[in-house]
Design a protein around this ligand. Sequence first.
Ligand SMILES: O=C(O)CCC(=O)C(=O)O
Length: 305
Amino acid sequence: MTTPSPESIVNDEQLAEYQSKGFVVIEDIFSADDIKAMDEAMAGLVESARDLTDHTDVIDLEPSHTPENPRVRRIKEPFLNHPVFHEMAKRPKLIAALTRLIGPNLRMHGSKINLKSATFGSPVEWHQDWAFYPHTNDDVLAVGVMLDAMTEDNGPLLCIPGSHKGPTHDHHQEGRFIGAVDPDTSGIDFSKAEKITGKVGSCSFHHVRMMHGSGQNTSGKDRRLLLLQVAAADAWDIRGMSRIGSWEQFEATMIAGDVTNEPRLVPAPIRLPFPEPEKKGSIYESQSMAKNKFFGAPPSSDAAE
Ligand SMILES: O=C(O)CCC(=O)C(=O)O
């Protein structure tokens, strides 16, 4: 496979859009064959949720899940847990796009698939990823690989343009981290939100300080989004060494370029996610504690048909 130039994948206009708004969508990063391979890998992981009664290290369940009627909300760390996703993260077009946006030395520091299934897929309250995982510099972003078309009505990602240049908002409630901002007191104008849409195989790229969220999927179409959390290799997670594991584990998360033990420090507003949330395991769990929700609570098993 030939390696495309970064400029051939992300043109000057798209780069300027990412820099000014904090997000951009690039089409045709993944081929139909890639999507098929990911669909098959996912089907196996979802099938493993049958008979589960609680979340596991790999599977996060919808509140309306029952063992008889399995409903998966999230697959955790597919990059680490399945070889197909590991391979996909190194696709030349993706690496070219990332190189253009945050440089040639790239490290995957987390991954997940939010399934947001038709009719009941859970909302994600407004937040900045930076509130969860601040780094020594903010050349950090999330790639949203569209495993289904993301449309106006199937719970698309919503982003507030320019918010990546603003403050790091308070994601605490009564002094404890919940991973969501209070929509009434945050001072954010949510009417400015833009819907991120695209066809299957497209990718959204949103800056780590971007204010974003998404509503429940009330449509009849699934909206599965693979989220790859990528950092410039010299952006180090400041929550501590325990996040990194051994040097060998750290090196194994490189997807392009050279690893470094010299973090680059750039001033950026930081508010650490401590004290830790009462409910851990996923953003859905920590945000379930929010008393004031913008998108509302997801349907529970009592409400599920
Ligand atoms: O799936 C979505 O719409 C939002 C994802 C997100 O922001 C997250 O999981 O942190």
